[in-house]
Design a protein around this ligand. Structure first.
Ligand code: IPD
Ligand code: CA
Ligand code: CA
Length: 290
């Protein structure tokens, strides 16, 4: 029988003595914290607005835009030559063609709007042309303001939760695995495809979760809290930082065909190597005669 994986804290290994943990870039970390503080204040207000007749819709839109502006100003001040792709403001080209920020200032907007305490800020750095002429994420930070947890990764140097090294879960049996997903909703996504995959995966696993922040779903795969994740239709700002986190924590991230084109094809399957291959077989079977 597969040994039961231990809790995240135990799975995440402390940095070896003498090993220097650099942490997310100071601009990334401080802008996320600053925007996070503002979001927390606004979240408290949103909880009050649930019962008002007007509802929290406009207020949340403002909070979201304000968070992006805070992050953008801080990042552009720290690295004026980088380009910028944010969910709210659209793309800005930088003088340096090898670096751009990819930012989701509030991932989990529906949760935030409904007073559900699960949302995050995602900040990645991308080299749009990469080593092989293909876009490459070089650093990623997913920050959860409510728990003050910073999940961060640097290409080739590992993934970390604060100063604890992260590893994906070591489960090998689907029957013991908890898998996260994003479910299509009004105006978004492909219900037929999602239903087929759900029908193939759900009977094989211990549980499915839909928590509503793709960036955190991926960070939690990196931390071994989830054993896997699939979703289609994600934008680069939802998943760029999270993809690097999973890869640097030793996991696999592909599109539904199993190739390294998750962002380009807007299909994402993430898990450890063994579960990835099992899930990929189930997905391929479910989508074969579409
Ligand atoms: C959404 C969240 C959600 C995912 C949606 C995204 P938003 O981002 O990541 O988990 O299922 O596809 O659009 O709108 O909250 O930034
Ligand atoms: Ca998002
Ligand atoms: Ca968002």
């Amino acid at each position: 029988m597969t040994p039961a994986p231990s809790a995240t804290a135990a799975r995440a290994r402390s940095a070896a003595p003498g090993h220097h943990v650099s942490g997310p870039g100071p601009a990334q970390a401080s802008s996320a914290r600053r925007a996070g503080r503002a979001l927390l204040k606004d979240f408290a207000e949103v909880e009050q607005l649930q019962v008002s007749t007007k509802g929290p819709g406009d207020f949340v839109t403002r909070a979201d835009r304000q968070a992006e502006q805070t992050i953008r100003e801080a990042l552009m001040e720290a690295r004026p030559s980088y380009g910028f792709l944010g969910e709210e403001g659209g793309p800005v080209e930088g003088e340096d063609p090898t670096r751009r920020w990819i930012v989701d200032p509030l991932d989990g907007t529906t949760n935030f709007l409904h007073g559900i305490p699960h949302f995050s800020i995602s900040i990645a750095v991308e080299d749009p042309h990469g080593a092989q002429g293909k876009p490459e994420i070089t650093t990623g930070l997913v920050y959860q303001p409510l728990t003050d947890e910073s999940f961060w990764a640097e290409k080739g140097r590992g993934a970390w939760l604060q100063d604890q090294r992260l590893r994906v879960s070591s489960r090998r049996d689907l029957s013991e695995s908890v898998i996260a997903t994003g479910i299509p909703f009004m105006g978004h996504g492909n219900f037929v495809e999602w239903n087929r995959i759900f029908g193939a995966v759900a009977p094989e696993i211990a549980g499915i979760r839909r928590l509503g922040s793709a960036a955190l779903d991926l960070a939690w795969v990196a931390a071994g809290r989830f054993d896997g994740f699939w979703e289609s239709g994600l934008q680069p700002w939802d998943c760029a930082a999270g993809i690097l986190l999973v890869k640097e924590a030793g996991g696999f991230v592909t599109d539904y065909r199993g190739t390294d084109m998750a962002i380009e094809r807007k299909q994402l399957l993430a898990a450890n190597d063994v579960l990835h291959s099992r899930l990929h077989k189930l997905l391929a079977g479910a989508l074969r005669n579409q």
